[in-house]
Design a protein around this ligand. Structure first.
Ligand code: MIC
Ligand code: SF4
Length: 645
């Protein structure tokens, strides 16, 4: 039977289940990655499994999110992560080395392999032909322990690329185009596979930009073929041995096909406050800009930053615009420096930021009140930048450089210094000295003392599901609530390893009284229930968006729909993910309503259907939790930690 790329990788890694869309599939994970903001919890959970060392081919612990280090907390986390890595045979990437996804692509990504990462942008690895999936930390901990990763066997969409991008239009515009077609919700259970003659015209970093931001569609992952371009990239990284060809068979089947002619694309922007709110740069042209930030795991490659440097070379950034660049890795910095491009950037007035997540997660560089900020990153959720009133637009490096020069939205094709194309180098500068490798890969050092400063807390454990839910609709939120709304990052990131403290921040930008209300209900023996609209839990993989609500006594979410990673995280922490059987029932429940569900455990054991009694209004309606047998037992036990592998 002719197979597509997704099927080829899934068949080669299948441990249980069938490749029938909608069915649960268990797969073997070859590589894992964590980053510091999700990593501490993942490793605390891994430690509790009591193993001697990781059981994957390769596991990496990157530190890239919390590198600002205001106070002792981040440094404590780094010390813990470094010692755990050494203890269990995990490669540790020191702070300052770069952003996890860029580094992984450069140094470890392998066509045909599976990668599970505790970060939603792990699909960046799809640019090199991996099946790379984002998940909650506990799922990654299970994979590190050699356990299967479970996913819904996906529907596969072929995105057939033809033609070639014109100068001034780049990979970011391709994925923004895809986002304009599919939007940010309704894509759960789908994988995008790129194919067609246009693929050969895109380098690996361009492909990785496209698969990276597939996360914003809510798809399970996105993948490109592994071809001669992939081979050249790996040769240039001195990793030819990791290459293998991987293409779809000629008559491979797809659930859906999207045709994109690269030659017809124009520079695009995701407008406030959603990555799916797409407009054209031409339509925005002339609008004044206050800040331009270039970097993040989406657009911080050598190719991207060299393009920007060439556009700015010998020129000055507009006097009213603040411009910053955060390169993706030390390799990128070293190469820009060797070619004198770093000097060009500095001379033009650009602020050089650390090669880390930084501005992308609102760690610093928050824009001013009502400011218009253009960024090459992947998320523009309201408030994520650290400034609630700021207007964030997501754009390509070319459009960013154009705005940096003119002080306004400008079509980069009108900029004289726009280079025709930046060729991929035949040799990248290799310096792996900021990776701490274990003496023999995968082997831990059992005598290593794990360093636990006061910031390293404990993972809260859930309680077995009670048969009666008796509680309160503690909050009712609208459509597209992101995990940034549920669990803010930025200045709050340093509490990631301290659940009681971080729980005080749940929904703080949506409803500052949430914490008081939820903890008061919990302390009075009432269960908390979150009521939500469509696409609840978009965005990040942060399991804190489930763990902290669990800590506050949340037992169920009732939503019109729930996004994939967040839904898995809710189950892993013993929170029932219910969907309204009839979406209009959303209107029949207000914040503060007293609600009950009888026979909850039987409902979960059965078909997942339960009747909610709204005691305040006297109305009843049905909700459904679509669960596999495995998920049912996790929920009934009170979460995955009760029974990890
Ligand atoms: C993000 O981009 O939102 C993050 C921060 O990288 C998250 C992970 C986290 O919350 O730590 C993600 O994308 O999963
Ligand atoms: Fe880091 Fe931003 Fe990428 Fe998340 S999206 S991994 S915060 S650079």
């Amino acid at each position: 039977m002719p197979l597509n790329i997704v099927e080829k990788i899934l068949y080669a890694h299948r441990l249980s289940g069938n490749l029938t869309p909608g069915e649960e599939l268990g797969i073997r994970i070859d590589q894992t990655l964590t980053q510091d903001a999700t990593g501490t919890m993942a490793y605390l959970q891994f430690e509790s499994m009591g193993l001697e060392c990781v059981r994957t081919e390769l596991s990496l612990s990157y530190v890239d999110h919390n590198t600002v280090q205001v106070g002792f907390e981040n440094a404590d986390d780094h010390a813990y992560l470094r010692s755990v890595a050494q203890r269990y045979g995990i490669i540790f990437s020191r702070p300052g080395n770069g952003i996890c996804h860029q580094l992984h692509l450069e140094r470890f990504g392998k066509p045909g392999a599976t990668l599970l990462g505790s970060d939603s942008h792990t699909p960046t690895g799809g640019g090199i032909g991996m099946l790379a999936i984002g998940a909650g930390g506990i799922d990654v901990a299970v994979a590190m322990a050699g356990g299967a990763f479970y996913l819904t066997s996906p529907k596969v969409t072929l995105v057939r690329l033809s033609g070639e991008l014109r100068p001034g239009v780049s990979a970011k515009d391709v994925i923004l185009k895809v986002l304009s077609v599919y939007g940010t919700n309704g894509n759960v259970g789908r994988v995008l596979e790129y194919g067609g003659p246009g693929v050969a015209t895109l380098g690996v970093p361009a492909r990785a930009t496209i698969t990276n931001m597939g996360a914003e569609l809510g798809v399970t992952t996105s993948v490109f073929p592994s071809d001669e371009t992939t081979r050249s990239f790996l040769v240039a990284q001195q990793r030819e041995g990791d290459w293998r060809e991987l293409t779809a068979d000629q008559d491979a089947g797809y659930d859906q096909i999207l045709e994109i002619n690269l030659a017809e694309l124009e520079p695009l922007a995701a407008c406030p406050h959603s990555p799916g709110n797409i407009g054209s740069i031409a339509a925005l042209s002339g609008k004044k800009v206050n800040q331009v930030l270039i970097g993040s795991c989406t657009n911080s490659s050598y190719r991207d930053l060299k393009t920007v440097a060439l556009m700015l070379q010998g020129r000055k950034v507009h006097p009213e615009v603040e411009v910053g660049i955060a390169p993706g890795s030390r390799q990128v910095v070293a190469m820009l420096a060797a070619e004198g491009l770093l000097t060009d950037l500095i001379s033009s007035g650009v602020r050089i930021l650390e090669n880390a997540c930084g501005f992308c997660i609102g760690n610093h560089m928050s824009p001013g009140t009502n400011a218009v900020s253009l960024r090459t990153s992947n998320r523009n959720f309201e408030g994520r930048s650290g400034t609630m009133s700021a207007q964030i637009y997501l754009i390509s490096p070319e459009s960013a450089a154009a705005a940096a020069l003119t002080g306004a939205f400008t079509d980069p094709r009108t900029i004289e210094s726009l280079p025709k194309a930046v060729a991929e180098p035949t040799t990248f500068t290799i310096d792996d000295s900021m990776f701490l490798f274990c003496e023999s890969a995968g082997a831990g050092v059992p005598s290593t003392t794990i360093v636990r400063g006061p910031n390293i807390g404990e993972v809260p454990s859930g309680k077995p599901l009670e048969n009666k839910l008796d509680g309160v609709a503690v909050i009712r939120v609208d459509d597209r609530i992101t995990t940034d709304h549920i669990m803010p990052a930025g200045a709050r990131l340093k509490f990631r390893s301290n659940i009681p403290r971080y729980a005080q921040c749940v929904f703080e930008n949506v409803d500052p009284e949430f914490y008081d209300r939820a903890s008061c209900n919990r302390d009075n023996g009432l269960h908390n229930v979150i009521v939500a609209g469509l696409s609840y839990g978009q965005g990040s993989s942060r399991e804190h968006a489930a763990m902290c609500p669990m800590y506050l006594g949340v037992k169920a979410v009732i939503a019109k729909s729930i996004e994939r990673i967040h839904c898995a995280n809710l189950i892993n922490f013993g929170i029932v993910p219910f969907i309204f059987e009839d979406q209009s029932s959303y209107e029949q429940i207000e914040q503060g309503d007293r609600i009950t569900i009888d026979n909850l455990v039987e409902a979960i054991r059965g078909d997942g259907r339960a009747v909610v009694c709204n005691l305040t209004s006297g109305v009843e309606f049905t909700v459904v939790a679509g669960l596999t047998e495995r998920q049912k037992s996790i929920l009934i036990n009170g979460g995955l930690l009760a029974n990890p592998v």
